[in-house]
Design a protein around this ligand. Structure first.
Ligand code: DGL
Length: 250
């Protein structure tokens, strides 16, 4: 099976590596659109346009069977349009699987959602979790902190300030509604010790439905629209992986 995984940058790698742990033997094609990162501060039209270009590339060049939108900003603004435009492709996005995942956890009433501005403004999580009380907060600065790969005391302060609402709001679970944010979990845990839900937890469950034949080995190709050496350094720094990265122009 050929699986395409897309994000604006390194965030979707949190999903990719979790999926590979569970399903190590497929052909995976990851594209991080680092040249255009961050997506979360762009208009819906721009995100739509950029995500279609990536999907076109994956269909034409990698013959993908499944598309994993490892990006909440794309999922919450462009999933419906992608589904319409690529009716033969299995598409797994982040929001609805996450909502389903939450519904299976007992005793959750009030949920915090932190995400990019595009995801928060779309109200996608509110719409999918309409039986819950949702406290949402746009944290676009976190994407840059992750992409830069350096959490010094300054960055930590930005994160603590932004998440200070967690101290008063008594939420039952926190959704990391951006695939970059799992890389901040050690810092987030310093001020919030409750249930944390990431996109990959939910997407793996969704992917299970579509897994049919397994390959006998892993084939992983990673592409960036930005600088390949920077992306390689990010992979090493954030995931401790030495992997080949190729640059593509879309
Ligand atoms: N990782 C993405 C998300 O889940 C995009 C972050 C960004 O580019 O702003 O929303």
């Amino acid at each position: 099976m050929n699986i395409g995984i897309i994000d604006s940058g390194v965030g979707g790698l949190t999903v990719l590596f979790d999926i590979i742990k569970k399903y190590p033997c497929f052909n995976y094609y990851y594209i991080g659109d680092s040249k255009n990162c961050p997506y979360g501060e762009k208009s819906n039209e721009e995100i739509n346009f950029l995500s279609h270009k990536i999907v076109d590339y994956l269909i034409k060049n990698k013959n993908i069977d499944i598309l994993i939108i490892a990006c909440n900003s794309i999922s919450s603004t462009s999933y419906e349009k992608l589904k319409l435009d690529y009716p033969n492709l299995i598409i797994i996005e982040t929001v609805k699987p996450t909502a389903k995942y939450v519904e299976n956890i007992d005793n959750i009433k009030k949920i915090g959602v932190i995400a990019t501005s595009a995801t928060i403004n779309s109200l996608a999580y509110q719409k999918s979790l309409n039986n819950y009380e949702i406290i949402s907060k746009a944290c676009p600065e976190f994407v840059k902190i992750v992409e830069d790969g350096n959490i010094s005391s300054n960055e930590e302060k930005i994160i603590f300030d932004k998440l200070s609402f967690l101290k008063n709001d008594n939420i039952d679970a926190l959704i990391l509604g951006c695939t970059h944010f799992p890389l901040l979990i050690p810092t987030i845990k310093k001020i919030y010790n409750g249930i944390i839900i990431t996109s990959s937890m939910a997407m793996i469950k969704e992917l299970e439905k579509y897994i049919k034949v397994k390959n006998d080995k892993l084939n992983l190709e990673i592409y960036t629209t930005g600088d390949e050496n920077t992306f390689k350094r990010q992979l090493k720094l954030m995931f401790n992986k030495d992997l080949d990265v190729k640059k593509i122009d879309l």
